[in-house]
Design a protein around this ligand. Sequence first.
Ligand SMILES: C[S@@+](CC[C@H](N)C(=O)[O-])C[C@H]1O[C@@H](n2cnc3c(N)ncnc32)[C@H](O)[C@@H]1O
Length: 233
Amino acid sequence: MDSQDKKIFKIENLEEYKKWISQQNWYQTIHLKNGLITKGKLNTHSRIQWFDRFNFLDKTVLDIGCNSGQYSMYAKKSGASSVTGLDVNKNRIYQAKMLALNEDIDVNFHIAGIDQAKSFGKFDIVICIAVVTEVENVLMALRSIRDTTNKTAILEMDLARPLIYASSNKDWWKKDSKVSRLGRVAEMHRHKHAGWVIHPSLEMVLEIFGDDFELSFLGKGLRYHKIVLSRKQ
Ligand SMILES: C[S@@+](CC[C@H](N)C(=O)[O-])C[C@H]1O[C@@H](n2cnc3c(N)ncnc32)[C@H](O)[C@@H]1O
């Protein structure tokens, strides 16, 4: 599954490490040892406050679309028993592996897509932030998260939130016990990098996860909406 062509190596000299960090292009703003910070495009560090509310102690964790590994490393530092991070972008996995090695944090990073997540097994906590909204097949992505989640899924994604909608579908008025009429509305959006993507309704998300899960909608996150799905006891 992995084909990591760049060498992963330990940088013993602090100045050399700083130089390596400054030469990289970062999306995530990661607070590292010795007061070093990656110059990310987005202040993703602000999400750490939210993650602080979850108990990672002795949990197995999967971070889908992990980018340079910020949340994976945070989960491990917070006491997770094992952490796996997946991303389709080779260079992000290179950065994640370099940081984990140089920060002495034990995380398993792999080049893999959300569609392959199931092959890594099931995890107590699955983190999937700002990924589902950038994947063409949103329903597959949500099912993939559901199928890998033992206890809790932490998501940030965009949603359709129709107030009023009229469909041309003649069956529009038929009842659906799980999803209300407005809840059956999804929106198509053109994403800057991903092309056309679908924003489902919150009810669709809940229906895909099924009756075994409880959904908490936590409002606006850094980019999209914060949603937590917890398996019922
Ligand atoms: C907007 S970034 C979010 C990164 C990180 N989760 C965060 O919130 O800081 C989206 C990430 O998802 C990755 N990605 C895109 N499509 C993916 C897919 N099908 N499976 C797994 N990762 C994917 C991208 O490479 C990128 O690192």
